[in-house]
Ligand binder design. Structure first.
Ligand code: ADP
Ligand code: MG
Length: 265
């Protein structure tokens, strides 16, 4: 393929107009339940006692989780919220449904429960300082909204997401060839938006579709119904690469996770 054909002639795809209803005065109240998982940037909790006030009668919420940013990691959640927004048409299709990012500035030196050291896994240590994983140049190129977090080290950020099922089994023998193909299809869905984030391709970020929440929606491009979902877009960026070039960018990481030989397809 020649170099030019990898690039979309009209540049990065524009965000499709939202089809979601206006939230108006809708207010979500809930309490933090048990932790259901954690990663480098967050601890994820079950949302308990969920209620909606000023709710229109046709609003139905599925079971939810609260993805709470670790201290100094709020920038990752902001980036992730942006990615969910960009890919709204495939929420409930190939991604979890996202119900928004909520932020609050805590009193200086506050130690909220989700920032407790007990949520760190063995060998994991807290990074001190904003966006420690960014190089100086990456920081310079960051969106102003991301840089803003430098001045708010005590900001607590929470992403509200639909609760999904189990993670991909680490024993790949438990997955049929058919099932693996279904997972590959999810990356084709993301490639349609030219969003790249291959670093986040791992077994912890591929979860089963929910079984007791809202029904899965058919893909707007292929009409397929997927039984897996992708999560975790902390480093997602939009490119002007074609769908095929974006997909190829994911392929080595996807092949490694699914136990395929890495070859250019
Ligand atoms: N929507 C969800 N439903 C159920 N479990 C989830 C959900 N989101 C995250 N988890 C669990 O929490 C873990 C950490 O979440 P993730 O979004 O990957 O955070 P991080 O960005 O810190 O890696 C996941 O690997 C998964 O086990
Ligand atoms: Mg993760």
């Amino acid at each position: 393929m020649c170099k030019e054909s990898k690039i979309r002639p009209s540049g990065a795809p524009t965000r499709c107009p939202s089809k979601l209803p206006d939230a108006d005065n809708l207010k979500l109240s809930c309490s933090i339940g048990d932790s259901v998982g954690n990663g480098i940037s967050s601890v994820v909790f079950e949302a308990k006692d969920v209620t909606l006030s000023d709710s229109k009668s046709d609003v139905h919420l599925p079971p939810l989780v609260l993805k709470v940013a670790r201290r100094w990691k709020s920038n990752s959640l902001l980036q992730e919220a942006w990615a969910y927004d960009e890919m709204e048409p495939i929420q409930g299709v190939a991604l979890a449904r996202c119900y928004g990012l909520f932020q609050v500035d805590l009193p200086r030196n506050a130690e909220p429960h989700p920032w407790d050291a007990k949520f760190y896994q063995e060998g994991q240590t807290e990074e001190i300082g904003f966006a420690c994983d960014l190089t100086r140049n990456e920081y310079k190129r960051s969106h102003p909204a991301l840089k803003e977090f430098v001045y708010h080290p005590d900001r607590l950020c929470v992403l509200v997401l639909e609760r999904l099922g189990d993670e991909l089994p680490s024993d790949l023998d438990e997955l049929s060839r058919e099932e693996k193909k279904k997972i590959i299809d999810l990356y084709r869905e993301i490639a349609h938006f030219s969003i790249i984030d291959p670093e986040q391709v791992n077994v912890h970020n591929i979860l089963r579709a929910p079984t007791n929440g809202l029904a899965s929606l058919p893909s707007p491009t292929t009409q397929k119904i997927h039984n897996w979902r992708l999560i975790d877009f902390a480093k997602a960026t939009k490119t002007s690469h074609t769908e095929e070039a974006t997909y190829k960018n994911y392929w080595p990481s996807v092949a490694a996770v699914l136990g395929y030989k890495v070859s250019i397809r």
